[in-house]
Design a protein around this ligand. Structure first.
Ligand SMILES: [Zn+2]
Length: 62
């Protein structure tokens, strides 16, 4: 345990409400348009596995 391990799957991002660009969680301004995003809630960027799974299930059911 050296504390240097990075987990690429768990990336917190802030999505700019103006241009939709993904910024770092601690960013105050959007890198794309410069909008103030310090109040935007950071969320974990995750692959859309659930969506695909649901679509599969619904596709089979119907
Ligand atoms: Zn932006």
């Amino acid at each position: 345990m050296d504390g240097q391990t990075t987990t690429p799957q768990m990336v917190h991002l802030k999505e700019c409400p103006k241009c939709g660009r993904s910024n770092l969680a601690d960013a105050r301004y959007c890198e794309g348009c410069g909008a103030n995003i310090k109040d935007v809630e950071a969320k974990i960027a995750a692959p859309e596995k659930k969506k695909g799974l649901l679509a599969k299930l619904f596709g089979r059911e119907s």
